[in-house]
Write a protein that binds this ligand. Sequence first.
Ligand code: THU
Length: 157
Amino acid sequence: MTEKEIKISFHEYKSLDELEPLDKELAHAAIEAMSGSYAPYSHFNVGAAVRLSNGVIVKGANQENAAFPSGLCAERTAMFAAGASYPDKAMESLALAGGVMGRLAKSPATPCGACRQVMAQYQAKHGHPMSVIMIGDGIIWKFDKVDDILPLIFDSI
Ligand code: THU
């Protein structure tokens, strides 16, 4: 038996102003996108924004439904909209922000497993790393590629 280790590294910022200009713009878009959240059940508003290789930013927000599994997270709302409208453009970066009553939470919003899997597949489809920016109030995390938040990605079929 051999003990193995998986190591990930990421960048932490204290303010949106510390981000590179393109990341800062995307982060602001994700925060703005929170206003499109429809969350009558959880009251947790999530906004996401995807930057494509042509520079276009596509926004999404979580959409809930009384038939619970029918709702969708902000990240997938944004990625599916981007994939449907710009099928040939790589998704270079995705930012997300979340909080209650439209107010940004203190800790960074982190994507659910299903959203990570969808990110992984678009990253593989386009053969381009997708960075993921998770925004909290006064703390921001940036991961350079989806592999860093989904080790041992399933891509076998
Ligand atoms: N949610 C997202 O939009 N993204 C995530 O990655 C995690 C959770 C939404 C789903 C649901 O509408 C609400 O947050 C509470 O789980």
